[in-house]
Design a protein around this ligand. Structure first.
Ligand code: NDP
Length: 337
């Protein structure tokens, strides 16, 4: 059983000393337990928070502890009648080949292996995040302008498509021409701006001639600076993530923009609200799952997965996620069928 443990908390970007690959015998299940074989491991930005000991909404991974993560697994050996051998499950085995479970927190998955990775993306945590953040906090109305960054990614790609279903105008922000082309031509956003373009702020203003009514915040940093002057009166900002800052080791260079932000919130009566998806909305997962499944069946939602083969490649792929190297929902294929 190979597993990645946290060896050292990184200062800035994770590096070669952050994770260590260990090998141990495959464990044997006790009465009531199952042995799970990991098929797919989800890599997500929140993992950067778990390897830091800065105060957060969840406890960090201990030094020497197995790196956490959502997984799709198959029951390999069963001593629990609720989970027969061969059953596919969504769980939280972390960055390892095998894990033991007593069944708590496991969700059975129907369907075949080829489609099971959707449970980590469009039908799972990132999809749920896009759905609740946009609809419950953002509350887009027909004709309004919704802006989202990381627009080709797991969450952002769905935010824009749901905004379109609700009759709003969707403007994406993404890194590079290829991602922007995909966001407009494949996902159907009205426009997409490259945040690395030298005249990014001007291009964003041109793409939002009626201002911004909902800004779904995924990244922070320079993108938020460009969004701030475009916000309309009574704009809503679901604060979902600040990925531009996850590897930061110090506050950004001045000038201090806190006063400008507070004044904008006040004079434009803006509602800005953070949320942690399962803590705040866990009770509404069923509603999301039903609606998203229906949209998928109707062909109204498209999604893209960036599947990387091999558990050994997880650290490198994870760093890529924090630098925009992934194109779609990042998933590690740990084992072939
Ligand atoms: P993505 O699949 O979108 O991948 C991350 C993307 O972020 C990269 O591909 C890159 O896209 C973009 N990015 C990275 N660095 C920067 C930067 N400096 N400036 C601008 N963009 C950058 O990830 P997810 O969809 O899984 O996550 C998106 C956000 O949602 C994250 O902030 C995450 O933490 C948050 N989140 C929050 C949850 C909650 O409960 N609050 C739950 C799930 C996710 P590009 O190349 O286009 O720049």
């Amino acid at each position: 059983n190979r597993r990645f443990v946290l060896q050292q908390r990184p200062h800035g970007s994770p590096d070669a000393n952050t994770f260590r690959l260990e090998e141990q015998p495959v464990p044997a299940p006790q009465e009531g337990q199952v042995l799970l074989r990991t098929l797919f491991l989800s890599l997500d930005p929140y993992m950067r928070g778990r390897i830091s000991d800065a105060p957060s909404y969840a406890a960090p991974v201990e030094i020497g502890g197995t790196m956490v993560g959502g997984t799709v697994s198959r029951v390999e050996t069963s001593r629990n009648p609720d989970f027969p051998v061969g059953q596919l499950v969504l769980g939280y085995s972390g960055w390892q080949d095998y894990a033991l479970s007593d069944g708590a927190g496991l969700n059975k998955l129907d369907g075949d292996v080829a489609q099971s990775s959707r449970a980590l993306g469009v039908l799972g945590m990132p999809g749920f995040t896009a759905y609740m953040g946009l609809l419950d906090i953002g509350q887009p109305k027909a004709g309004e302008t919704v802006v989202v960054a990381a627009a080709s990614g797991a969450v952002g790609s769905l935010v824009g498509q749901i905004a379109k279903i609700k009759g709003a105008r969707a403007v994406g922000i993404a890194g590079g021409a290829e991602k922007c082309r995909y966001v407009v031509e494949e996902l159907g956003f009205d426009a997409c701006i490259d945040h690395r373009a030298p005249d990014f702020a001007q291009q964003l203003a041109d793409a939002c001639p009626d201002g911004i009514d909902v800004y779904f915040e995924n990244v922070g940093g320079a993108v938020f600076d460009a969004v701030l002057p475009l916000l309309n009166t009574r704009a809503r900002i679901p604060v979902c993530g600040m990925i531009a800052d996850y590897n930061a080791t110090a506050l950004p260079a001045g000038p201090d923009r806190l006063g400008l932000l507070a004044r904008t919130i006040l004079t434009k009566r803006i509602r800005m609200q953070g949320f942690i998806i399962f803590d705040d909305y866990g009770h509404r997962y069923g509603e999301f799952f039903q609606q998203m499944s229906e949209w998928l069946q109707q062909g109204r939602i498209k999604f893209r997965e960036d599947i990387v083969d091999g558990l050994e490649n997880a650290p490198q792929a994870f760093n890529g996620l924090l630098e925009g190297k992934n194109f779609g929902k990042l998933v590690i294929r740990v084992a072939q069928d």
